[in-house]
Design a protein around this ligand. Sequence first.
Ligand code: ADP
Ligand code: NA
Length: 304
Amino acid sequence: MNRNILVIGSANTDMVITTKYFPRPGETVMGEQFLINPGGKGANQAVGAARLGGQVTFITKFGTDLFGEQGRAQLLREGIATDYVLSDPDQPSGVALITVDEHGENSIVVAPGANGTLSAADVTGADQPFAECELVLMQLEIPLPTVVAAALLATKLGKRIILNPAPAQALPDELLRALFLITPNESEAEILTGIAIIDADSLEAAAQALLAKGVKNVVITLGAEGAYLRTPAGAQHLPAVRTQPVDTTAAGDVFNGALAVALAEGQELLAAVAFANQAAAISVTRLGAQASAPYRHELRQPVT
Ligand code: ADP
Ligand code: NA
C-alpha cells in the first residue's frame, strides 16, 4: 500500500461541554451538551488528511486503557494505517477537557498521558514509514526531542516536513532549518517570533522572522481572516471562506491535514492553502474536532 502522508503526534479523548459562557476561576457554570470525541492535534490532522483523500500512516502512543482501544479503532475506521501506533502500559491515554461557548470559542486543558512518552527512539526506530511517504506532518503535543529526531530522519530521506507549531514553544534552529513549511496561528507566530500581529506590517515581519530562521515557507493562519502565505518569492493573503462558525475546535487541524493532502498530491503552495481554507471553513460550521472534518466531495473546488 502506497502511503503518502506520515503524521506523527498526539491522540487524545476529547470531553466537550457546550456552555453559554466560560466559568471564571472558582465559578461553576451549568453547561448544555456533553460529548466524548476522539481528538488530539495529531489524530485530528491524520483524520483531516484521510477524509480528504490522503493515504495516512499515523505514529502516536496510547495507554493500555479503554480510551486507547477506542482511539485505535477510530483511526482504523478512518482508513488510517496504525502499524506504528504504540502503547505505554504505565500511562493513561491522553485526555482533553474542552468547553465551547455560544460564540464557538473554545477553552482547553490537556493531560498528555502516553503522548508524553512517545520518544525519539519510538518514532525513528523504523525507517519504513518515513521512506514510503511524500511528506511528514507534525505538531508539538509530543516531546520536542521526538519532533526534532523525526525531522532529522525525514530530512535525511529527502522528505518535506510540515510543522504546525501548536502549542507554541521555542524551537531549536536545527528543527526550523529542516522545515518545508511552518503553520502557526497568530498567537503561535507571536510566541515563536516575539512579534505581536496587529496589522499587515507586523504579520509580514513575523513571517519574515520565521524565514530568517531557515524555514523554507510560512503560512500564518488568521482564523476568520483566512491565511497568510509567505515564500521566499512573495507573500499572499488568502481570505477565509465566509461562513457561520459554530465550533472552531479543530479548524487549524483540518487546515493542516488539508494542506498535507494537497502538497502530497503535488499542488503548489498557493493552491494548497486555498484548499485548506475551504476545508477548515466547513469544519467550523460543525461541532467537534474529528467529527467536523469534511470529506473530499464536500469541497466546492476539489483539487484535481
Ligand atoms: P487555530 O484553530 O489553529 O487557532 P485559526 O483560528 O487560525 O487556527 O484557523 C485555521 C483556519 O481555519 C483559518 O486559516 C481558516 O482557513 C479557517 N477558519 C477559522 N475560523 C474561521 C471562520 N470563522 N470562518 C471561516 N474559516 C475559518
Ligand atoms: Na469544528
